[in-house]
Design a binder for this molecule. Structure first.
Ligand code: FMN
Length: 337
């Protein structure tokens, strides 16, 4: 099946909260939460997507005509390209009950490993989600990153033990999840965390600790102080606060502040290999793509994941060839405008 055929098939398997659009640009779902949209006005997801389009590629084909290589490493492991599947939780609530988090993560983790990339798994109110996701990661030789919500320290430590048992490559926390409407008032509570609380978690981790949901230099410096090894520059796809900046807008200043010390990943509206190239040119070490992987799984499971990865890789190769970068490390700031 082609990418578009998979999207069409996914549409039939979903509730109509997601329209499985040819381009996932946040417009049709706008402020649909529950559903895959963004909070409040619903404009943050739309602006995330559009911000990448406002960055342009500088054509330069006066370079050696040698094959292009998209391989990269993350925490010492080699991957096919610097693109990873972002965490998505409560898929049944947001996309329809053809899948639940347990089945979604099982398919996603395995399919991403087979496609040569890695999946982040999401967390949820049901403790089974983290239990099963970490079992899936273990079954896939630790190629996966569980993302723990900022629960109480006690609950985080319990989930951390599961992550450690799975030999996961790293552990992430979506520190911005405090803003999720359905987590407000939940018991045990999930909310903001201080630098000292995060330090305790980073020290207990034993593997790189990633803070997801950093959107400013100030936040990035706090993540560094807390002992994080990496951050994901992210506004959670607009789902935690309305009217935030887009990730493309803040990425470069964050890279300038902490890029020497931390691995920097970015997400939000990244949909093509061209967008990936732009993020790397702004200094990111890799990107996360979240919503489109859901459409691929609802449409064709592992085949869908591989189709999306192949599509992004083909586009990235084309862009690298046309802008004069033969390897990921050769992608530089002057290649975008
Ligand atoms: C329905 C839905 C559920 C999500 N669940 C999680 C989650 O459990 N943990 C998390 O860190 N991010 C979660 N996210 C945020 C994504 O990982 C990602 O940051 C965001 O969607 C932006 O990337 P995208 O534009 O490629 O979708 C969720 C996003 C959506 C749309």
């Amino acid at each position: 099946m082609t990418y578009i055929e998979i999207l069409e098939k996914a549409r039939k398997n979903m509730s109509n909260l997601c329209r499985s659009c040819p381009v996932c640009d946040g417009k049709a779902c706008r402020n649909t939460v529950p559903g895959p949209g963004a909070k409040g006005s619903g404009t943050v997801a739309i602006r995330n997507y559009e911000a990448w389009k406002q960055i342009h590629l500088v054509l330069d084909t006066i370079s050696e005509n040698k094959p292009v290589e998209t391989k990269t490493t993350l925490f010492g492991k080699e991957f096919r390209l610097p693109v990873f599947a972002g965490p998505v939780g409560a898929v049944d609530m947001h996309y329809g009950d053809a899948y639940v988090d347990l089945t979604y993560n099982e398919i996603l983790v395995k399919a991403c490993k087979e496609a040569g990339i890695l999946a982040f798994t999401g967390d949820g109110m049901n403790p089974e989600i983290m239990k099963v996701a970490t079992q899936n990661i273990k079954a896939n030789e630790g190629i996966g990153i569980p993302t723990i919500k900022p629960w109480t320290q006690e609950t985080v430590m319990e989930k951390l033990a599961l992550a450690q048992e799975s030999k996961a490559l790293a552990v992430a926390m979506d520190i911005d999840a405090a803003g999720l409407p359905f987590l407000k008032g939940f018991v045990p509570p999930a909310g903001r965390k201080s630098i000292s609380e995060l330090k305790e978690i980073a020290q207990a981790c034993g593997v790189p600790f990633i803070l997801k949901g950093i959107l400013s230099v100030k936040g990035a410096l706090k993540a560094k102080e807390a002992g994080a090894s990496a951050i994901v520059v992210s506004n959670h796809g607009g789902r935690v606060l309305d009217d935030t900046p887009t990730t493309a807008e803040v990425l470069e200043e964050i890279v300038q502040a902490v890029g020497e010390d931390l691995t920097i990943l970015v997400d939000g509206g990244i949909r093509t290999g061209q967008d990936v190239f732009k993020a790397l040119a702004l200094g990111a070490d890799g990107v996360l793509i979240a919503r489109p992987f859901v459409n691929m799984i609802y449409g064709a499971e592992a085949e869908g994941v591989n189709t999306l990865v192949q599509k992004i890789q083909d586009e990235l190769i084309d862009t690298m060839e046309m802008c004069g970068a033969a390897t990921i490390d050769e992608i530089t700031r002057d290649m975008i405008h």
